[in-house]
Design a protein around this ligand. Structure first.
Ligand SMILES: Nc1nc2c(ncn2[C@@H]2O[C@H](COP(=O)(O)OP(=O)(O)OP(=O)(O)O)[C@@H](O)[C@H]2O)c(=O)[nH]1
Ligand SMILES: [Mg+2]
Length: 237
């Protein structure tokens, strides 16, 4: 299926998934492009996978990829990218399934992909921001982005965000089989590889909100992974 593929990785998003899918479908329809929503669920114990199956049975653009166990956000996205590319997707999007990313921003990211190879929903460009995060989380995110930007020497303001729109040529060019990182480091690694490969990266402002329901999967391990992976990305680059 050509057109745009929106990939939603899920682990225990039973309280968010149906509402999110129902909110995002009209946004995709409004673009006039062929579209597919692919849920990549890692065997969520809370029944998210069954909800996804029911949505796929009811709504023709929805598909589900079930993976046996939790293997991290990076692995889930890579599996989703592979399916989307094999199916002929022109645009491939990443989005959290917890309402931190506003479905109403989807058309703006897609529109910007006409003039850029990779579009980032960005909290740290004028007009962007974060709602209802405490000081600690704000500092961590800001500091992490600044750390990665300086170490990698790339002019991207929001390197860790997970709301993105790739033209397929980017994913074809960046050797996905070789991407190892998860979490924040996964997002940094993909954007860095795209910049290094000479692709045009555009940042469009978004307002990021704390997840609506459910629990965070962010762990100290994922944060630390980013801290030590960033210098290795630069060395390998
Ligand atoms: N398939 C899959 N999805 C995951 C995994 N870990 C996280 N996710 C999903 O990835 C998206 C982002 O994860 P979050 O837990 O929201 O992580 P975060 O957004 O960095 O942190 P919070 O917003 O504070 O919860 C959500 O849709 C999660 O359900 C995983 O191991 N496998
Ligand atoms: Mg989240």
């Amino acid at each position: 299926m050509p057109g745009v593929w929106l990939i939603l990785p899920t682990y225990n998003e039973a309280d968010n998934l149906e509402a999110l899918v129902r909110a995002v479908l009209p946004q995709l329809e409004g673009t006039g492009l062929a579209h597919t929503v692919l849920v990549v669920d890692d065997g969520s114990p809370d029944g998210t996978g069954e909800i996804a199956d029911r949505l796929a049975a009811d709504l023709s653009p929805v598909r589900v990829l079930h993976r046996a166990r939790k293997q991290g956000l990076g692995r889930a996205y890579l599996a989703g990218f592979e399916l989307a590319l094999d199916a002929g997707a022109d645009l491939v999007m990443e989005m959290d399934a917890d309402f931190s990313h506003d479905p109403r921003d989807v058309p703006r990211l897609i529109a910007a992909a006409g003039a850029a190879d990779l579009v980032l929903g960005s909290r740290y460009v004028p007009g962007g921001g974060v709602e209802n995060w405490g000081l600690r989380r704000r500092l961590l995110s800001r500091g992490g982005c600044a750390y990665a930007r300086v170490l990698l020497g790339v002019p991207v303001r929001d390197l860790t965000g997970g709301f993105k729109c790739f033209n397929r040529r980017v994913l074809e060019a960046i050797d996905l089989a070789d991407v190892r990182a998860d979490g924040y480091a996964f997002q940094i690694e993909l954007t860095y590889r795209a910049v290094r490969a000479g692709f045009r990266v555009a940042e469009v402002p978004i307002l990021f909100r704390e997840r609506r329901d459910g629990a965070s999967k962010m762990t100290a391990r994922v944060t630390l992974e980013a801290v030590w992976k960033v210098p290795t990305l630069r060395l390998r680059g």
